[in-house]
Each structure stands twice: as structure tokens, then as C-alpha cells.
Design a protein around this ligand. Structure first.
Ligand SMILES: Nc1ncnc2c1ncn2[C@@H]1O[C@H](COP(=O)(O)OP(=O)(O)OP(=O)(O)O)[C@@H](O)[C@H]1O
Ligand SMILES: [Mg+2]
Length: 488
């Protein structure tokens, strides 16, 4: 097996500082490092104390000056002791690497595994380590490589639960996936119907009750589920979405509840289910209407006792999971057809958030379009705006695919349009000529009705402007301007 760090023979003076008596008896022994690596070194001094002691190490690096770092004694032997360095800071590490590089043997063998003549290569063809020592990024690359190798060694002792915990830690704490999600920024809209949805999200989020989200495709059901999770006490725990329609029925049970090794052909190892994985957090069951009746019963049992039972296990495990479900189908009609359990429906439908289709959100269509236009333009470093015809087209288009369709059309327009101003043609909105004509004729109809009503009122009120204004429910200046407009 190869080493994890390059070690080279050196002759470097070092002072080992030890606290022998609770701060009263500090001793400093002058000795030397006989070998060094980025992780530690061998010191030519046999200590009078046992292993695992923390010591101070003071050394002078040629060209770089004096360093004082902490080390832990790992082993002591007749010839001396092996020390591991404690959290070397970046500067100390880079300078130490400079020194190690200068002292590396020049026999061209791989310093990790000893394979001869390897240093001519960028990476060793036996152990795989990068040998690109003179690259500016070498240390960063090396740390990444050695991190992965250390992890691979340690992971042999990990349980599958540990692995999920680690992956979740990486997502939430390191990559910040799902963190800093701001419902006010990500969830766009100011129509009354969407403001009502926001207010429901705020109300239900801090509770633990199940939520059923309904709405047409692309209206934001998953976004709503995430917003509820993000506003709940569970926000630092996993949010686990699962699409019940996307996984074949025979695999879905194992996905949701897990299985024990050997419980069926192909179950080669224990598998943790999504419910267990979501422990402490939220599970989002999308397209719940597609769940088989067998799994509906199992879900109902879970909702009653919060115990998950892996396939093939003798007992269950209690988990603390909040359930949010969504559907774009009519579960009540499923009940009458016998495909959806009534008792499960009432368990899920404790709190219902219904997302209105975009066509019922008034001016939100344009607000959403502008929001995504801004977002995509920024991403592509472009400056784009909508022409007034494009805005009209967005208003009159029948957005069957809802927000998702708006996103797709805007993204397409940003990519396709060579001009800073986006036109209806860039948006590829299939507004039929009939629809455009009817918009035009509506304006004409409105004008002719306006003119006719004004004529009738003038006649009825003997051209008394104040009376006409009262009858039509408009101001006197408006009557004057209408008379001017229609030449009356
Ligand atoms: N009000 C909104 N503001 C901003 N983005 C939104 C809004 N509603 C939905 N989206 C975005 O639109 C896309 C579709 O939303 P989402 O996946 O939540 O819809 P859905 O109802 O779950 O769709 P489906 O039924 O097809 O699964 C996502 O990218 C989502 O972030
Ligand atoms: Mg969805």
C-alpha cells in the first residue's frame, strides 16, 4: 500500500517543548527531525513520557524562518519518537512543503509507493498519486487526494446510516444545498391567490401536521413543500422528496421503508429507506395518487404509529418525520373509484394548500416572466427586456404548463433572441391568430359600447354634463374627454 504523505530524510534541528507538571515544569529539549512529512515527523529523542502526549515543536526552516506548532506523540521507540502535527495552518503547511520538496531524494522513484522512474510522469501509474510537485496547486490537489484516500480507508467501518448522515452533512453544511432558501425571494407572486398561499405556508410550517398540496402540474407544489420545511423547526434536517409515480411499484416499498439483507432476491445488503433517512426532517411524497393500495395501507400504519418496518425485518424503528404529500389528480374521485383509501385521504388532508393555476394569478404571469428573465440574463451575463407586445402575449397566453412553462419559454427566449428586446416570436407562444384577432376586436367592441352608452346618456340627460357623469359613474372631466374621443 502507498503512503498518504511524502516523507523525506532530513536533519533539521527542533526543540520539543513539554509541560511536565501542569505548567510549572516546562522543559525544552533540543534535538532534530530525522524525517519529515506534511503530516508529521520522526524526532531523534526518546521521550521519558508515554504516547498521546501533546508537545510544542519549534523549528527553523531555511529561507522561511521560525515556526512553533503543536504535535502529538504517536509512538516512541529506541531511536526516538514519531509525532503527528496538529492542524498546521496554511502558511506553515506551504512552507513545510517547500522544505520537503527541496529535500526529496532525486532517485525519481515515486515517493508514495517507491515505483521506479515515476517522477517523470504527472501521476504514478502504480499508486495513482499526483506527482506534479511543481504545480502551484499541488498542495490543494494533494489535500483533496489524500482526503479521499483517508475517507476510503475509514469508510470500511461506516454503517449505511453513517454514510447517509455524512452525505447529508455534506449537502447541508458544506455545500449549503437547501440552506439560505428564502421563501420571499424564491417564491414569486403578488396576486391575492398566491398571497393566500404564502400565508397558509407561514401558518402551517411551524406545526407538525401533515399537509396535502394540490394543484395542476408546474404550479409549484414541490416549491411549496420546500418552503414549509424551510420555515419549520426541521429546517436543519433532511428534506427528502420522492416521486411515487417515477419508481416502479415493486421497488417503491424498499425505497420508502428500506429492506433487510436477503429479504428478497437481489437484496444484497441492508438498505435504509427514505423515511428513516428523513428522520428529524420532512418527507415529501409527490404524486401520492399513484401509490398502490398495498403501500397506502403501509403509509397509513406509519402515520398512526410513526414506526417504519424495513422489508424482511422482525421489528420496526420509531422515526420522527413530517409528511407532506402532493397530487395533481383528484384524490376524491380516486376514493369513489376505489383506487385511493378514504381513511388515508382524511389522514393526509388535515391541511390543504391548493395552488392556483397561473391563468388565475392575474398579473403574476408577467411578474414571473420578468423574474425569470432577470435571473437567466444574469446567469448568462446578458441584459434583456420584454417588448410591450411580448408582455401582451404573456398576458393572453393560456399557460397550461404553469410556472414551469413560463420558465422554459423565457429560458428559450434568452438563448434564442439575438436582440436585447424579446419579442413574442422569441417566446414561441402559440397564440392563434384567432386569439390575437379576438383581442383586437374586443378593443373595438369596448369602444363602440362606450360610444353608444355615452350617446344614450347625453340624450337622457339633455346633454347636462354633471348628470351624464352621475349616470355613467365617471367624473365630469372623463365625460369631456370621452366626448372629444368620439367626436360627440
Ligand atoms: N411562484 C413561484 N415563483 C418562482 N418559481 C416558481 C414558483 N412556482 C413554481 N416555481 C418554479 O417552477 C418550477 C416548477 O415548480 P414545482 O416543481 O414546484 O411544481 P410542481 O407543482 O411540483 O410540478 P409537477 O406537478 O410537474 O411536479 C420549479 O423550478 C419551481 O422552482
Ligand atoms: Mg412536483
Amino acid at each position: 500500500m502507498s503512503r498518504l504523505d511524502i516523507r523525506c530524510k532530513v536533519d533539521l534541528p527542533v526543540s520539543v517543548i513539554m509541560d511536565n507538571n501542569g505548567g510549572k515544569g516546562i522543559t525544552e529539549t533540543k534535538t532534530k527531525f530525522s524525517s519529515l512529512s506534511l503530516g508529521g515527523g520522526f524526532i531523534d529523542h526518546k521521550p521519558s513520557f508515554g504516547e498521546n502526549r501533546i508537545v510544542g515543536l519549534k523549528y527553523d526552516l531555511p529561507r522561511h524562518g521560525e515556526f512553533e506548532i503543536l504535535g502529538e506523540i504517536l509512538r516512541s521507540e529506541n531511536q526516538g519518537m514519531a509525532a503527528r502535527f496538529y492542524n498546521l495552518n496554511r502558511d506553515a503547511k506551504l512552507k513545510l512543503w517547500d522544505f520537503i520538496k527541496d529535500n526529496m531524494s532525486d532517485d525519481l522513484a515515486c515517493p508514495y509507493c517507491g515505483k521506479e522512474n515515476s517522477q517523470k510522469l504527472r501521476s504514478c501509474d502504480r499508486c495513482g498519486w499526483s506527482l506534479n510537485f511543481y504545480s502551484q496547486n499541488y498542495i490543494v490537489e494533494h489535500e483533496k487526494e489524500s482526503f479521499l484516500k483517508r475517507l476510503a480507508l475509514k469508510s470500511q467501518d461506516f454503517s449505511i446510516e453513517d454514510i447517509y448522515k455524512i452525505l447529508n452533512y455534506i449537502d447541508v453544511e458544506v455545500l449549503k444545498i437547501g440552506k439560505n432558501f428564502d421563501i420571499n425571494e424564491e417564491f414569486v407572486g403578488s396576486s391575492q391567490s398566491i398571497l393566500d398561499v404564502f400565508s397558509m405556508i407561514r401558518k402551517v410550517a411551524p406545526t407538525d401536521i401533515p399537509v396535502l398540496i394540490t394543484g395542476e402540474s408546474g404550479t409549484g407544489k414541490e416549491l411549496t413543500a420546500m418552503a414549509i420545511h424551510e420555515r419549520s423547526q426541521r429546517r436543519n434536517k433532511p428534506f427528502v422528496p420522492i416521486n411515487c409515480a417515477a419508481i416502479p411499484e415493486n421497488l417503491l416499498e424498499g425505497e420508502l421503508f428500506g429492506h433487510e439483507k436477503g429479504s428478497f432476491t437481489g437484496a444484497h445488503a441492508n438498505k435504509i429507506g427514505k423515511f428513516e433517512y428523513a428522520d428529524g426532517g420532512t418527507i415529501f411524497l409527490d404524486e401520492i395518487g399513484e401509490l398502490s393500495t398495498g403501500l397506502q395501507s403501509k403509509l397509513l400504519r406509519f402515520l398512526e404509529d410513526k414506526v417504519v418496518e424495513r422489508i424482511g425485518s422482525n421489528g420496526g424503528k420509531k422515526v420522527d418525520v413530517r409528511l407532506i404529500a402532493a397530487t395533481n389528480s383528484d384524490l376524491k374521485s380516486g376514493i369513489s373509484k376505489g383506487t385511493f383509501r378514504k381513511d388515508l385521504f382524511y389522514r393526509l388532508d388535515v391541511f390543504n394548500v391548493n395552488l392556483p393555476p397561473v391563468r388565475d394569478r392575474g398579473e403574476d404571469k408577467v411578474i414571473l416572466a420578468r423574474y425569470f428573465l432577470n435571473k437567466f440574463s444574469k446567469e448568462m451575463n446578458l441584459s434583456k427586456s420584454l417588448s410591450s407586445e411580448a408582455v401582451d402575449a404573456i398576458r393572453s397566453y393560456d399557460w397550461q404548463g404553469n410556472v414551469r412553462e413560463i420558465i422554459n419559454k423565457i429560458r428559450r427566449a434568452v438563448v434564442m433572441s439575438g436582440d436585447p428586446v424579446i419579442t413574442p416570436a422569441d417566446l414561441d407562444l402559440n397564440i392563434t391568430t384567432f386569439a390575437l384577432e379576438s383581442v383586437k376586436s374586443l378593443r373595438e367592441v369596448r369602444h363602440s359600447i362606450e360610444k353608444q352608452k355615452l350617446l344614450e346618456a347625453m340624450k337622457h340627460c339633455n346633454s347636462n354634463i354633471s348628470k351624464v357623469a352621475r349616470v355613467l359613474g365617471i367624473s365630469r372631466p372623463s365625460v369631456y374627454s370621452l366626448r372629444k374621443k368620439y367626436n360627440i
